[in-house]
Design a binder for this molecule. Structure first.
Ligand code: NAD
Length: 337
């Protein structure tokens, strides 16, 4: 099968990880180009991965006929425009979440994706590729827990990133958009219908800086689906023990709990402090297998022509619900979608 020649766009915290996967660990991928507005990142791509074609301008990368696909790991606010331009230039596109930061731009992306049926478009809802969450989905489809009616999903970061995150609230869209988009996607995926109303509460219990920018460091949200089913989605930026992201699905015949303890591995330590396990420390450590599997799936999908399971509408829905949660929190009311 033909190799896929890729250009990565954005080489920040996550982009470097994706670039390493594409260079070292994805069969059939050839990372030939990199684009970033930060010149040090382009030097890193050249020195560390031997990427010879480096571009400061995305348009210049798109004009390169030797690139089959773009892998967008840029700042969230430019995703929608870069997805549309990538498809218009005839490139296959992978984009990190969110698909767009407004509902209008998400709907626009949906149209452009629909108009390019021969191009592969995949969105980075990495948790669907996590082996344990994917296994839970399979078990639900097999009927193991009967009819699922409640999802509880949380994303919890360690406190060390909090002060840094305050600065990014204006561009990240706030705690619900930034931290809960995967939880929203998982709740829709497991329940199999759409969220129709939400009520979100929260506060700045540890870092007053979040309140100053009209955001929170800890939140809880209740979501009602169109068929009356439920989700409880929470977020925290103030944990001390680790990146504690887990999911629980309750059905009419049983419950599935995925990653309820954020264990780093299977080692238990017994010492003067007591009996304990160490925890994963960040999202990448928790979901690294998922990040690799989603990149492999993107390249394989281009080669085989098989359509991706995650579609553009999933991106729009996550943004729509993220907005509703933010509005509910800010206006202290139930929001109907
Ligand atoms: N799937 C996940 O779990 C997950 C986790 C973390 C981040 N993300 C997403 O990944 C994206 C990147 O996050 P990050 O933490 O690496 O951010 P970052 O700020 O560390 O990196 C952003 C990169 O984008 C580049 N960039 C910005 N505008 C650009 C433009 N116009 N053209 C080309 N490059 C441009 C910057 O140079 C930088 O390299 C965000 O959208 C974020 O939401 C997803």
């Amino acid at each position: 099968m033909n190799e896929v020649r890729l250009g990565i766009v954005g080489l920040g915290r996550l982009g470097k990880r994706h670039a390493q996967n594409l260079h070292y660990r994805v069969p059939g991928a050839n990372l030939v180009a990199a684009c970033s507005v930060v010149s040090d990142e382009l030097t890193w791509a050249k020195d560390e991965l031997g990427v010879n074609k480096t571009y400061e301008s995305y348009d210049d990368l798109l004009a390169d006929p030797e690139i089959d696909a773009v892998f967008l790991v840029s700042t969230s606010s430019v995703h929608a425009q870069q997805i549309k331009a990538g498809l218009a230039a005839g490139k296959h596109v992978f984009s990190e979440k969110p698909m767009g930061v407004t509902i209008e731009e998400c709907l626009d992306v949906e149209k452009v994706v629909a108009a390019a049926p021969d191009l592969h478009f995949q969105l980075g809802f990495v948790r669907r590729f996590d082996p344990s969450l994917a296994y839970a989905k399979k078990k639900i489809e097999e009927g193991l827990i009967g009819e699922p009616f409640l999802v509880r999903a949380q994303t919890v970061d360690t406190d060390e990133f909090a002060e840094f995150q305050i600065k990014f609230v204006p561009t990240s869209g706030g705690i619900f958009m930034d931290m809960n988009s995967h939880d929203i996607d998982l709740a829709r995926w497991f329940i199999g219908s759409e969220i129709k109303s939400v009520y979100a509460i929260g506060g700045s219990y540890v870092h007053p800086g979040f309140a100053e920018v009209n955001d929170a460091d800890n939140t809880v949200a209740l979501c009602r689906f169109e068929d009356g089913k439920m989700a409880v989605i929470s977020a925290s930026r103030t944990a001390f023990h680790g990146h504690d992201t887990h999911t629980e699905i309750t059905g009419s015949k049983g419950i599935l709990k995925i990653g309820m303890r954020a264990n780093k591995n299977r080692v238990e330590i017994f010492d003067s402090v007591g009996a304990r396990v160490e925890c994963v420390q960040d999202f990448y450590e928790r979901f690294q297998e998922g990040f690799l599997l989603e990149a492999q799936s993107f390249v394989k999908g281009i080669q085989s022509g098989e359509k991706p399971a995650i579609i553009a509408k999933d991106g729009t829905k996550a943004t729509e619900v993220g907005f509703a949660l933010t509005t509910s929190f800010k206006e202290k009311r139930v929001v109907e979608l």
